[in-house]
Design a protein around this ligand. Structure first.
Ligand SMILES: Cc1cc2nc3c(=O)[nH]c(=O)nc-3n(C[C@H](O)[C@H](O)[C@H](O)COP(=O)(O)OP(=O)(O)OC[C@H]3O[C@@H](n4cnc5c(N)ncnc54)[C@H](O)[C@@H]3O)c2cc1C
Length: 372
């Protein structure tokens, strides 16, 4: 007998209210196109709705709960708008890094404003993730200032999301000229020498405040460090970082499956089973992801997390195909106005966001060879 447990895109424990869902649905198109007030309003709205604090200790100003709740909150937002969920991810990742830094003063300075959505949080850490996979050099260099007292930073971040003005804090990785290991810096938007480009011209996700950063002799001190040794810090925060990023895939796949289910008509005898299989694989991967992040399994065994990210990517591709095929020619019509075209473009982001699908497959191949 076929199990039909997941018949709705709203999972068993909704974290969004009906009003939250309506708010996001009403703005999903504008957020994708980068039109209107939603680009500036979305993160403050998510904060107001209490969504940023899921999975963060009460003592730090969060709602408590487990890491899986943060993943689920991002996934549920992504079901309605991946732009909103991606901005949420940037904000939430920075909150997570502040929760885990040994720099208590930095945390106290920024956490309340980030949780309230008053300041924006961004993570420009693709570069170091690719660096750690041996794919590229670090793009920012730190030179010790003459006479001691901090460093001068020079370089660039080509892509960074949720750089919402007038006040943001961006996590970046820097290489040290003195040969010491790379550091993770939290760079505030008003630091002299830091320049934010205009928003990048994207095919989708245009309302995510995605821009580049240029750094010219930007002065920092130890007060700005999330971690003096990136190598000790990143493996600890990577499971949450990547787990929450997987929320984007989860939400999008759920939304596409729900659309496919709502249209299952004449082709049902062909497509129903693949849809049931996709939903079942998806929710199995979601359960394994949350359990692994919460148990800390992926700190020592990142390859298991990488495999889940790949499985979720596959679910997105299958779900999009099912949505397309159940809609038929209607999917191609601009009149349809059902979000298909938006989700199709959003889905193109899933394989390329760092760590990309090709990067992860290469990592898994490397590990297999080492184990062979
Ligand atoms: C809308 C948007 C928002 C983004 N927001 C952020 C953000 O907030 N923060 C951030 O840090 N980054 C962000 N990025 C960057 C993103 O995460 C990826 O790093 C970026 O898209 C990778 O593209 P690239 O052009 O640098 O890839 P390239 O380096 O040109 O590589 C092309 C592809 O090949 C793969 N590849 C290259 N060399 C190898 C190799 N030797 N082995 C295996 N695979 C390889 C890469 O992973 C990639 O998939 C954003 C990107 C987009 C499009």
């Amino acid at each position: 007998m076929v199990t039909r447990k997941m018949t709705s895109h709203i999972p068993d424990f909704p974290l969004l209210t009906g009003a939250n869902r309506q708010w996001l649905d009403a703005r999903a198109q504008a957020l994708d196109a980068g039109n209107g007030e939603a680009t500036a309003a979305v993160v403050p709205y998510l904060a107001e709705a209490g969504l940023l604090g899921h999975g963060l200790a009460d003592a730090l100003g969060g709602q408590g709960g487990r890491a899986g709740d943060a993943i689920e909150a991002i996934a549920q937002v992504a079901t309605h708008s991946m732009s909103a969920a991606f901005a949420f991810w940037g904000q939430r990742v920075l909150i997570e890094m502040l929760a885990n830094t040994g720099n208590a003063a930095l945390r106290e300075r920024w956490l309340p404003a980030l949780l309230a959505g008053e300041a924006a949080g961004a993570s420009g850490l693709s570069n170091i993730m690719k660096f750690l996979s041996g794919l590229e050099a670090l793009n920012i260099r730190a030179t010790a200032r003459e006479g001691g007292g901090g460093w001068l930073l020079n370089g660039s971040v080509p892509w960074c999301t949720n750089l919402r003005g007038p006040r943001f804090l961006a996590a970046i990785a820097v290489a040290r000229d003195d040969g010491a290991p790379p550091m993770i810096v939290a760079l505030p938007s008003d630091r002299p020498g830091l320049e934010r480009s205009p928003d990048l011209e994207l095919i989708a996700l245009r309302g995510t405040n995605t821009a580049a950063l240029q750094l010219k002799d930007v002065a920092i001190t130890e007060d700005d460090l999330l971690a003096e040794r990136a190598g000790g810090f990143l493996p600890r925060v990577r499971p949450a970082f990547l787990g929450m990023q997987c929320g984007l895939s989860i939400g999008l796949a759920r939304a596409a499956c729900a659309q496919a289910a709502s249209r299952m008509g004449q082709g049902g005898h062909v497509l129903q089973q693949p849809l049931d299989d996709t939903r079942s694989h998806l929710e199995q991967a979601v359960a394994a992801l949350k359990a692994g992040v919460e148990a800390g399994d992926f700190v020592e065994a990142p390859e298991r997390l990488f495999a889940l990210r790949l499985a979720l990517h596959d679910c997105v591709q299958q779900a999009m195909q099912l949505e397309l095929q159940t809609a038929g020619g209607r999917a191609y019509s601009l009149d349809a106005d059902d979000g298909f075209a938006r989700r199709w473009r959003e889905s193109a982001f899933i394989p390329i966001v760092t760590p990309s699908v090709i990067q992860l497959r290469a990592e898994l191949q490397k590990l297999q060879k080492l184990g062979a």
